[in-house]
Design a protein around this ligand. Sequence first.
Ligand SMILES: O=C(O)C(=O)C[C@H](O)[C@H](O)COP(=O)(O)O
Length: 207
Amino acid sequence: METVFDLAPAVVPVVVLDHVEDAVPLARALVDGGLTAIEITLRTPAALEAIQSVALGVPGAVVGAGTVLTPDHVAAAAAAGARFLVSPGWTDRLLDAMRGSGLPFLPGVSTATEALGLLERGVTDMKFFPAEAAGGPAYLRSLASPLPRARFCPTGGIDADRAPGYLRLPNVPCVGGSWMLPQDLLRARRWDEVTALAAKAAALGGS
Ligand SMILES: O=C(O)C(=O)C[C@H](O)[C@H](O)COP(=O)(O)O
């Protein structure tokens, strides 16, 4: 089955969107900068409609849903056209729902025990959240040897300076974050500047 890591370049922008009408220009700005896999978090009332607008209106984008917390979120995100699902943690119920959706998904972990729980259930691809607070690259480096099958997308507190420290780890195919989407640029709808920041972020992944 296709995984999130097959869909995503090395950097996944994490979007918190207040206004639906910003979804398409924002996604275009990110895609123009080379960030084609876009996680829109289900943290705002605008999120589901935003996912739908991007899925329908930005052909170069692969839009996913973040902050997926419940089976209802899974169903709503899939119905809106999300192509992948990301959650900050996991429960058996949530995992069953994500699996049942048929979409690629990244459940979140922040400890070796939680990662082991996913591996036991046949899930090798996970999000490491909150990455900086939970131990940063040193923690993930320490997991590589005892848990060689686990692959992580760290997110939470990562910025352009910190991302390379994760991306050079063998168990990290991509990182996520919102550092290329500063609130002042979004509020002012300065999409060209978002594209410039996105291009810098995309370059962190090499070519
Ligand atoms: O709840 C989720 O599923 C999330 O998507 C959490 C986000 O990945 C981080 O909140 C992004 O972290 P920052 O780059 O620090 O803004």
